[in-house]
Design a protein around this ligand. Structure first.
Ligand code: F6R
Length: 242
């Protein structure tokens, strides 16, 4: 595990984007695992800027997003489809057919999960998986539980997660109750994992997840078992490591 702490957001974003562009420059066909939420936005901005400067092309790359809300229309501004389009896809040259996000509006959500797992299987392995961290230790939408799923599955969101995400909606009632998410097993199969955490409100959970006992009640603690884990923290999130 390699934990890097940055003084400024700008340095953190540049480091995160640098890891991704470096990968694609050496392996243009790289398979990226992407996250949404507030954490990676600055990294995506840097990626767009590198693309615009001609430093990287995503033409041959493929991407798989971690998760999507269930039942939210794909063009809803808070859907993860809309997020990815707004923050990354519309600005870069990755062909639409190479970008994958679970479809939370599918009539049969279980079938959609199987379809997504088949696509992931065909892609063989995610080269670099970007992750944010939930306040309760969730990764993707794998919430704390007695056991964790390996493959893509439908989850009921914890109230704490819905509350944390309510800031993006007009009211908590509008936050979907369920989501589709890649499983922890699939996340751990990625060649490299890039965990990004910002802010003092996540200082304790990131410290506990990376140094405490490995247990399914803190899904991110399973990342300790991964052979290639890179963690990018801002100073506030890294407070407990000093
Ligand atoms: C998003 C995702 C979530 C977020 C986590 C942190 O695709 O999988 O696990 O990474 O909820 O969210 P932010 O970054 O908004 O604090």
């Amino acid at each position: 595990m390699n934990i890097l702490t940055f003084r400024t957001n700008q340095e953190l974003n540049a480091a995160g984007a640098g890891i991704i562009t470096g990968l694609i420059q050496t392996n243009p066909r790289a398979v990226l695992g992407l996250a949404t939420g507030s954490t990676p936005i600055g990294i995506y901005e840097e990626l767009v800027s590198s693309f615009k400067k001609g430093l990287v092309s995503f033409k041959l790359a493929t991407s798989f997003n971690l998760d999507e809300y269930a039942g939210l229309p794909l063009d809803h501004p808070e859907s993860y489809h809309a997020y990815m389009d707004q923050h990354l896809f519309r600005h870069i040259d990755m062909p639409a057919a190479q970008r994958h996000i679970p479809n939370g509006t599918a009539a049969d959500l279980e079938a959609e999960c199987r379809r997504y797992d088949l696509l992931l299987e065909e892609a063989k392995q995610i080269d670099l998986q970007i992750l944010g961290l939930g306040h309760n230790g969730h990764i993707g939408f794998n919430e704390p539980d007695q056991s964790l799923n390996s493959g893509t599955h439908v989850v009921k969101l914890r109230e704490s997660t819905r509350q944390a995400n309510a800031r993006f909606f007009d009211s908590i009632e509008q936050v979907p109750t369920h989501a589709l998410t890649m499983g922890v097993g699939m996340i751990l199969k990625a060649k490299t994992i890039l965990l990004v955490v910002r802010g003092k409100d996540k200082a304790e959970i990131v410290h506990e997840a990376l140094t405490g006992p490995i247990r399914t009640e803190i899904p991110a603690s399973l990342l300790q078992t991964h052979p290639n884990l890179v963690v990018l923290l801002d100073e506030e999130a890294g407070r407990c490591f000093h």
